[in-house]
Design a protein around this ligand. Structure first.
Ligand SMILES: C[S@@+](CC[C@H](N)C(=O)[O-])C[C@H]1O[C@@H](n2cnc3c(N)ncnc32)[C@H](O)[C@@H]1O
Length: 391
């Protein structure tokens, strides 16, 4: 139904289409109906709306929810490779039913991720705590599965500390809705982390409730293949438009950049220096950069306080990445102090100084393109994900 080899869509009832499929998947992400549409009110943007997402999401008795969840989870299990994993999202309305069905079917629950929304809409009634989280169950096909988790990459994305099971991420942004407004669209940032955590490049991912195909867009941007099912052609058309949008390299890069950043993102101070100075910096575990432009003011890009790494390079070549001793910490040193450490700073009376750990250089699998970015007086801060291999 569209012309992309890495992006296939099927329109129809997941219960029937899953039975007709023969593929085996490395990973499944499912965002099934939560069964919450019943005329209650909620806030979208700055408007109060009636929470009625569609017939598919209408509140149902527990028994019906269980039957529905059991059926699609059972069919998905048949389509999952023995070492594959499945992620299922929900709120308290459906997630206990999902968890029960998964356990009954033989899945092995690995984690329950709490997606803590950093920007939840306010409660309208003031009679309950603000709903600010969703849950995502991550499970292997069975307790014998040798499933895949890119633990090191997750640790790096979390600034060197183990990635916890609470993920603070914003809700879906307006920049993700340019191609159509799905009422319950998931943010690309969530799928980015899920896909990086549990798949390798070239893997194939299934989403049986694909909607506007957020999973497929994140998958393709990360070099994974995608098959999506949805019963609603209009939603799949949003997905096709989104997929066409990322055919354009500049747009793909823009979306990739946004998808891979988050409010807690770990940042890197990128510093250009001469080859000899760079070696001395590494020997002394000190990176310095000029504090100020010709008028003496320090210009920094947002994210300075989240800086946890330093990257030293010479004109875009020969890059070295190290972790700072203290996150977001810097000192202002005089030229004279730097000279005491053997440096020969020439241009300014004051310098920003960062202390890093030189005992463990961090591998940079992807050679970054830094050429155009040298010779400005702005402290250059870039997300760590720009430098890490995301395979
Ligand atoms: C929660 S939404 C998924 C949104 C999606 N994650 C996104 O980011 O756009 C659930 C989707 O499941 C679809 N759906 C519900 N029941 C279905 C069924 N039995 N078969 C196929 N699709 C179904 C709905 O049309 C809806 O688009």
């Amino acid at each position: 139904m569209n012309s992309f080899n890495d992006f296939k869509l099927l329109c129809g009832n997941a219960m029937q289409l899953l039975q007709q499929m023969h593929e085996q998947f490395d990973m499944i992400f499912a965002d099934p109906p939560y069964f919450i549409s019943g005329g209650g009110k909620t806030i979208r943007g700055n408007r109060v709306i009636v929470a009625n997402f569609g017939e598919w999401d209408k509140i149902r008795p527990d028994k019906e929810k269980d039957e529905f969840n059991y059926q699609w989870l059972s069919l998905c299990r048949e389509r999952l490779k023995d070492n594959g994993t499945i992620w299922v999202s929900g709120t308290f309305h459906n997630i206990y039913s999902v968890a029960r069905c998964m356990t009954d079917l033989g899945y092995k629950i690995l984690n329950v991720i709490t997606w803590q929304k950093v920007d939840p809409p306010p409660s309208l009634t003031g009679t309950r705590f603000n709903f600010s989280a969703e849950f995502i169950i991550w499970a292997a096909k069975s307790d014998k599965s040798k499933y895949y988790l890119n633990f090191d990459l997750m640790t790096q994305l979390n600034g060197g500390k183990q990635m916890p099971d609470v993920w603070k991420l914003p809700s879906v942004g307006s920049w993700e809705k340019r191609c159509g407004k799905h009422p319950t669209q998931k943010p690309l940032r969530l799928l980015y982390r899920i896909i990086l955590a549990s798949t390798r490049q070239g893997d194939t991912i299934l989403d049986p409730f694909a909607g506007s195909c957020t999973t497929g867009i994140a998958a393709n941007l990360l070099g994974r293949n995608f098959i999506g099912i949805d019963q609603c052609q209009e939603y799949l058309d949003y997905g096709i438009r989104r997929r066409k949008e990322i055919e354009e390299p500049v747009m793909a890069q823009k979306i990739f950049r946004k998808m891979s950043e988050n409010p807690d993102e770990v940042m890197v101070m990128v510093n250009h220096c001469r080859k000899e100075t760079k070696q001395l910096m590494i020997d002394k575990s000190i990176c310095y950069l000029r504090a100020g432009d010709s008028k003496g003011s320090l210009l920094v890009t947002p994210g300075f306080e989240r800086m946890q790494y330093v990257l030293l390079h010479t004109g875009g070549e020969d890059c070295h990445l190290f972790r700072l001793k203290t996150k977001g910490h810097f000192q202002i040193w005089t030229k004279e102090t730097l000279e005491k450490y053997g440096f020969h700073p020439e241009h300014a009376p004051y310098y920003v100084v960062l202390h890093f750990d030189n005992s463990k250089e961090i591998e940079i699998p992807k050679q970054p393109n830094l050429k155009q970015k040298i010779n400005t007086y702005r402290a250059k801060i870039r997300p760590l994900s720009d430098f890490l291999g995301l395979n």
